[in-house]
Design a protein around this ligand. Structure first.
Ligand SMILES: [Zn+2]
Length: 690
């Protein structure tokens, strides 16, 4: 990746952040994702519903695949059902009615597909599969982001809408290379002439890959990401030049970035997806607003089957707790398809709207950071284990009620440059592999200034086995990484183990799974715990013989702050085995590295998110007792909870239960006895505003 592209990616691809734009204040969205037949919808009834849902902004289909206004562009398709509308113009009616109520309107456009007529007139705009075939889905032809339709005609379409309507912003659907269609059929990477040439230039002459797992695919993902980011920035600049008060919503490189909170059958559930993604955005790119578009149906092939309300509530709560702007997304005109989540969605979005002053400027404010693997590296070996490591540690921190922020690994050097890394007392890197020299330098400077870094698995170790951090305890890897069945029946222990010669063991004997590597450690490094390498594990008669080694469970080097390295995948082990002994072993080893801003006496199932806004310290408590393997059911009310807020000054406002409590000061902490916790509570300490 070139230096320029790397910079672009860290900044989200644009220098434009629209500091004074309406989207820099909290907002709340309702999306009606229309079918062609909705061209006759009643806009006043729809706006009544939007207001009742607590939304301040309406996201409505406008153009691209089908135009919901009478377009005059030859390469656009007028929705034929507009003929049944008296005005012949849904967008004109919708914008006029919304303006009368002070509701903002975002226009949804989709450049990813064109009609057969346009495809025949412009075959040069189309996706070409590795076999030379077009991609056709429900009569529509997929287009290539490298070609003229995406690159230039998109600007003409924007101009037509801007010239006709006082739109407050634009949302582009899909806006990426179309490798997979809605039926999950894989078509390959676009292999048109322009893609072929540009990838060759980008990669120093390499061929396009056939698909995931094939040579050059990981590099193609970077190529595709850079290309789309550059195009996003170009369109964003165009909009801000044409209409500075209009926002652009994109996956990256725009004044508003959107994340879609959704479900999918066949995908391993991860109930903290929204927290993870909103957290990673808000720590890395706080200058760019985030829209969390939450999907009301269970998956695209089942758009008429509503999402479980409690599952949907988690999307919205995890979004607002970490500073995202909530959005509910339904199909069609409201009322045409039944969605059971809408009552709870309305309650949460109304709560957000009624407390905009609390959410204004809300940013993450924990002093523990958990670093997230870079999704752009998802095709690289080790990525899946890194995600598992991240999720295991995420769960462990959450269950112990420890508030933490998520930091995207690709944003660490940007956060450091902005002087914000020092917010954290401890930064945990979960089995990330090589992090690169910029990130390593930023972390070294952070440690030199007193910060604490925790590495697990192969974090900050180069592909060749060298330690990347000058402040880290490892010099180099020694021998092969133990993995797979070579590591079965391996343990670490932090007990003295005085009778291990007789094969009697004291607690804790903690399972080691995934990978373990031996390193040459720096002489000053302090070893913690010991490894009991593999011994026979079957049959039971022969299942003994563990001999403790001098290899450590963890190693720490103090250099101003410290670097603690677990040379194995402890988070992945916890994710796979689920015994709290593993979780607690990790958290006990690092307990002295950070003093959490907030501690709690609450069950494992309460996620605590600490933020700071113009209103003060803002603490979200999210009751996750309803979480199930596949979905989320009703929560259990939780009574007897206690919060301890370091350096806190009462009284505290409890926004959900609409109470003010004084609390008591103990050992410099404000102690709050909480009323019964329902689905969520928001505690605000105005005195703590900084
Ligand atoms: Zn192409």
């Amino acid at each position: 990746m070139s230096g320029e592209n790397e910079r672009d990616r860290k900044s989200g691809g644009t220098s434009f952040t629209g500091e004074d734009g309406w989207w820099r204040r909290p907002f709340s969205v309702f999306q009606t994702n229309l079918q062609e037949i909705d061209a006759t919808m009643d806009v006043e009834q729809t706006l009544d519903r939007i207001e009742a849902q607590g939304a301040t902004t309406w996201l409505i289909n406008t153009g691209g695949i089908s135009s919901f206004y009478p377009t005059d562009l030859p390469y656009q398709t007028r929705n034929p059902f507009l003929a049944d509308r008296p005005s012949g113009d849904l967008i004109g009616d919708a914008v006029a009615a919304a303006k009368r109520r002070g509701i903002k309107v975002l226009s949804r456009l989709d450049f990813s597909k064109v009609s057969p007529r346009i495809a025949k007139e412009h075959p040069e705009w189309l996706f070409v599969s590795p076999k030379g075939e077009p991609q056709i889905y429900n009569t529509l032809y997929s287009t290539c982001p490298n070609r003229d339709y995406y690159q230039n005609r998109s600007l003409d379409i924007l101009d037509e809408v801007i010239d006709r309507y006082p739109i407050d912003g634009f949302f582009f659907n899909w806006f990426d290379f179309s490798e997979m269609d809605y039926s999950r059929v894989y078509h390959g990477v676009c292999s048109c002439n322009v893609c072929r040439e540009r990838f060759a230039t980008y990669s120093g002459g390499k061929e396009l890959p056939d698909g995931p797992g094939r040579p050059n695919y990981a590099q193609w993902l970077s190529f595709a990401n850079d290309l789309v980011t550059t195009l996003c920035a170009k369109i964003s600049d165009h909009i801000s030049a044409r209409r500075p008060d209009a926002a652009l919503v994109l996956k990256r490189g725009a004044p508003i970035v959107y994340y879609e909170a959704n479900n999918a059958f066949g995908r391993e559930p991860w109930h903290h997806n929204t927290s993870e993604n909103v957290g990673a955005h808000m720590t890395g790119l706080p200058e760019i607003s985030l829209l969390v578009n939450s999907v009301s149906f269970i998956d695209m092939p089942y758009r008429m089957s509503g999402e479980q309300p409690e599952m949907f509530a988690q999307y919205l709560l995890q979004a607002i707790a970490r500073g995202g702007n909530p959005s509910t997304y339904i199909m069609g005109a409201p009322g045409r398809i039944p969605y059971a989540n809408l009552p709870v969605a309305g309650q949460i979005q109304c709560f957000h709207r009624n407390h905009h002053e609390i959410y204004r400027g809300l940013r993450p404010a924990s002093n523990i950071a958990l670093v997230r693997p870079d999704p752009v590296r998802r095709a690289e070996p080790g990525y899946a284990q890194s995600v598992s490591e991240f999720r295991g540690l995420f769960s462990g921190l959450t269950e112990r009620n420890l508030p933490f922020d998520v930091v995207a690994v690709e944003c660490i050097s940007k956060i450091a440059e902005e002087g914000r890394l020092s917010q954290f007392q401890m930064i945990i890197l979960p089995d990330l592999g090589q992090v690169g020299s910029d990130t390593a330098s930023a972390l070294d400077a952070y440690v030199a200034a007193g910060g604490n870094v925790v590495l697990t698995g192969g974090s900050a170790i180069t592909d060749e086995g060298e330690g990347e951090l000058a402040t880290g305890p490892a010099i180099m890897r020694a021998g092969n990484v133990l993995t797979g069945s070579d590591l079965w029946s391996t343990f670490v222990t932090d007990a003295e183990q005085t009778q291990s010669d007789a094969f009697c063991f004291a607690p804790r004997m903690v399972a080691v799974y995934g990978t373990y590597a031996n390193y040459v450690w720096k002489p000053r490094a302090e070893k913690m715990g010991r490894l009991a390498p593999q011994a026979p594990f079957g049959p039971p008669e022969k299942c003994y013989g563990h001999i403790l080694s001098d290899h450590p469970a963890a190693v720490r080097l103090i250099n101003g702050g410290s670097v603690t390295q677990f040379p194995w995948t402890i988070g992945h082990t916890y994710r796979e085995f689920g015994t709290t002994e593993i979780r607690d072993f990790f958290l006990d080893c690092v307990a002295d590295l950070a003093t959490p801003t907030v501690t709690a006496e609450l069950p494992d199932q309460v996620e605590i998110v600490v933020g700071r806004s113009d209103a003060g310290l803002v603490i979200h408590l999210i009751n996750q007792s309803g979480m199930r393997t596949r979905s989320v059911g009703p929560h259990l009310p939780i009574s007897g909870g206690v919060l301890r807020i370091k350096d806190g000054v009462g009284p505290a406002r409890l926004l959900k239960s609409d109470k003010e409590i004084e609390g008591q000061t103990e050992d410099g902490a404000l102690v709050l006895e909480l009323p019964e916790l329902g689905l969520y509570e928001v505690v605000v300490l105005p005195e703590a505003a900084q």
